[in-house]
Design a binder for this molecule. Structure first.
Ligand code: GAP
Length: 556
């Protein structure tokens, strides 16, 4: 899979409420800090080892959709469980919700998504490739303009303006003419005339600085940006017809809206007091124009969102508190502090209703990109739903006897993006080549044990020694009810260790002759196992009777 080398300069949306922020310059990925080779290796390992596959790969792939394989599914489950435990189960002030994906169009009309959730898109006039207008890097160079083309012998001509940008110094100007001929050749009805036989008309040039209306791939002129609807619309019911407003539904573009819509039900059924939050993990769908950078920008993805309802005077303080909490969560799951960046979105660049928005960004191998937004959304969403539904959504404060619409702080994280960050963070290649020896590169996924898909691998030293195999199976049965373990008896033990390193198993448990008490002089090691640590490769012996608590202490 080829890796994108173009990075977003601007990420903006015509719809500010959903994107959560205004049209604003995005941190430009520093190309010196990008590592295409590393990313390609990560993508390849993900497929080879069963973390992530392209959806419908055998049919050519479904663009922007991904399937998690056995190991990826475990990592995802571990991340979601941890997020849920920290944000719901270990807190008294946050309740969970699992809302429907199919969303009533009235909900998304009130929120402003219907008719407003779009991205600017333009097409390459030559290849018809579709590009996000806000993601085109500005380019400078000489533009060659033409007014049309003709073919004398057949008396064919086309009258249409077209331009090509040459953005490299000393580029052969004939390249621009060649591209222009290919463009005009598209209008030939008689495809027998080769493009190179066309005569270009009305050539002129201009110097261009930092322009974004040429395709960076081939220099061809692009169409004007147009709004592109990002929501997936569908029809419900057997008799669904286009004119029945109740038959139209949308796949939700964010999990947040069902939280706002159910806020009153959750509040009334749980008799909660402000401040309190509602948390949700679930799928969201956006018909992204350019899904890119592996799972980073997908069309189907999962969000982990909290809407934290509070009194208006507490909103700003809680936004800062949530930012800190979210940063410690990333630290806890193993993302290095130095690779996380907080962008305090300045005035004028936030959504109009937001008094504060922070973006948490991570240094992916393809550049610094957003992981999560922590936004103070004020009373915008509840006010909108109150207005459109006509239902009272106020909170009644028993103590002060006040009735008001609560304000909201929203930490909104991408589950798939966090997994991608975890995978990128974990990936290491260690050169273990000994002097003068054959090259030996150890690939190791240094997941934190809580995130690792397999917690322990159980490895009998030899598969042809029934007593070792039997003991190893006993150990497996002991651990399996408590954690995801893997049993492997094939190949030499060294190779088996390396296989586990590649998938990030923190502990390998070897059952050897000492375990059986069969080593002379080492009878005291009977019923102990060797534990080999993934990162240090050091080994220690642990009694089988201590094994479960030993592991539980280290993996959760
Ligand atoms: N409710 C607010 C909201 O949805 P957002 O910034 O559009 O805000 C929140 O999305 C998070 O969801 C992002 O920070 C990102 O992690 C994730 N996300 C958004 N679009 C995504 C996409 N196309 N693919 C993967 N993750 C995405």
């Amino acid at each position: 899979m080829a890796f994108q080398k173009n990075f977003p300069l601007r990420r903006f949306s015509c719809f500010l409420a959903a994107r959560g922020k205004n049209s604003r310059p995005k941190t430009m990925a520093n190309k010196d800090q990008t590592d295409t080779d590393r990313m390609e290796k990560i993508v390849s390992l993900c497929k080879r080892k069963g973390f992530i596959f392209q959806s419908a790969e055998i049919y050519g792939g479904l663009n922007g959709c991904w399937d998690y394989g056995s190991l990826g599914a475990e990592v995802k489950r571990n991340l979601k469980d941890l997020w849920w435990r920290k944000n719901v189960q270990e807190r008294d002030d946050i309740l969970g919700l699992d809302g429907s994906i199919l969303t009533h169009q009235a909900v998304l009309t009130a929120s402003g998504h219907v008719g407003g959730f779009s991205d600017p898109m333009c097409d390459c006039l030559l290849t018809k490739a579709r590009l996000r207008a806000d993601q085109i890097e500005p380019q400078s160079g000489i533009a060659y303009h033409f007014t049309g083309a003709s073919h004398e012998e057949s008396e064919w001509s086309v009258d249409r303006d077209y331009s090509v940008l040459l953005n490299q110094p000393n580029q052969d100007e004939n390249k621009a003419r060649k591209t222009a001929r290919e463009f005009y050749a598209q209008f030939l009805t008689d495809k027998q005339i080769p493009a190179k036989k066309l005569t270009l008309l009305g050539e002129s040039t201009s110097e261009e600085k930092e322009v974004t209306h040429y395709n960076p791939e081939n220099g061809s002129l692009l169409t004007e940006p147009r709004d592109f609807e990002l929501m997936f619309k569908t029809q419900m019911g057997a008799s669904a017809d286009d004119h029945d407003p109740n038959a139209t539904a949308y796949l939700r573009p964010e999990t947040a809206q069902s939280i706002f819509v159910q806020y009153k039900n959750v509040m009334d059924s749980n008799r909660v007091k402000l401040p309190f939050g509602i948390a949700q993990i679930g799928k969201a769908f956006r018909n992204e124009i350019n899904p890119r950078n592996f799972t980073f920008r997908s069309r189907e993805f999962e969000q982990m969102e909290i809407e934290y309802f509070c009194r208006p005077e507490d909103g700003l303080r809680l936004t800062d508190e949530w930012l800190e909490k979210r940063l410690s969560f990333y630290d806890e799951i193993g993302l290095q502090k130095e690779k996380l960046h907080v962008l305090d979105i300045p005035d004028g660049e936030r959504a109009h209703y937001s008094q504060k928005t922070y973006d948490i960004e991570y240094d992916f191998p393809f550049g610094q990109q957003e992981l999560e937004g922590v936004a103070y959304r004020g009373d915008y969403d509840l006010e909108k739903h109150k207005e459109h539904s006509g239902k009272p959504l106020e909170y009644f404060d028993e103590q002060t006897k006040e009735r008001f619409i609560p304000h909201v702080v929203e930490p909104s994280a991408g589950c798939d993006r966090t997994i991608l960050a975890l995978i990128c963070e974990a990936f290491y290649e260690e050169d273990l080549t000994k002097e003068g020896g054959k090259q030996d590169i150890r690939t190791v996924m240094r997941f934190k044990p809580a995130i690792a898909p397999i917690k322990a691998a159980i490895l009998p030293l030899l598969k042809n020694k029934p007593e070792l195999v039997e003991k190893a199976r006993e150990v497996k049965n002991l651990l399996q009810p408590f954690m995801n373990v893997f049993y492997d008896e094939t190949a030499a033990i060294g190779r088996r260790y390396r296989r586990q390193d590649e998938v990030g198993t923190p502990f390998c448990i070897a059952i050897d002759f000492e375990t059986m008490g069969l080593e002379e002089g080492k009878e005291d090691l009977k019923d102990t196992v060797t534990i080999r640590h993934r990162d240090s490769m050091e080994q220690e012996r642990v009694a089988i009777s201590d094994l479960l608590p030993w592991l539980l202490e280290r993996i959760y």
